[in-house]
Design a protein around this ligand. Structure first.
Ligand code: ZN
Length: 174
């Protein structure tokens, strides 16, 4: 089980739609474990497979606080079946947009159908931070990033900074 590197925006793969999983087997569980390890080591609370370059409908989430015991959630082929009319606003970040945050308004509650780590069909009703996190991660499976909800001006500014950050990283590597 190894840690993977996280793909940083702008990158065309982050804009692609991920495909559904046919079956949950040991190979897939191994991938989910690697995603979780990658997410923990980057101090994230959610990661979609596309963020490590795999276009599959897989998400790992853990919103437990540092002083709490770990509580990972694995979502295979998640599908939102309900979104509330009432909304909430959270300051969102993303492992693929390091160092950038913005307040995003989303439905405050959602219900999601998914397949779990053991291949069982499950339904989850979420509110608060978990509801926002699930919606943020499912967006990734459809090629959507949180900056897409911002004005073009704000979005362009963040993308520009990310391009600059990438160039600086390249310089250090070279
Ligand atoms: Zn993200």
């Amino acid at each position: 089980m190894s840690k993977r590197s996280i793909i940083i925006e702008p990158d065309p793969i982050l804009r692609k739609e991920s495909s559904p999983i046919e079956q949950v087997d040991d190979e897939l569980r191994n991938l989910l474990d690697e995603m979780l390890k990658t997410m923990y080591s980057a101090s994230g609370i959610g990661l979609a497979a596309v963020q490590i370059g795999i276009l599959k409908r897989l998400i790992v989430i853990d919103i437990s606080k540092e002083d709490q015991s770990k509580n990972p959630i694995f979502l295979v082929n998640p599908e939102i079946t309900f979104k509330s009319k009432n909304t909430s606003v959270y300051e969102e970040g993303c492992l693929s947009l390091p160092g950038h945050f913005a307040e995003i308004e989303r439905p405050a509650e959602c219900k999601v159908n998914y397949i779990d780590y053991n291949g069982q069909k499950k339904e989850l009703q979420a509110n608060g931070l978990l509801a926002t996190c699930i919606q943020h991660e499912i967006d990734h499976l459809n090629g959507i990033l949180f900056v897409d909800y911002l004005s073009k001006l704000k979005k362009d500014m963040i993308i520009k900074k990310l391009i600059k950050q990438k160039k600086e990283i390249d310089k250090i590597v070279l």
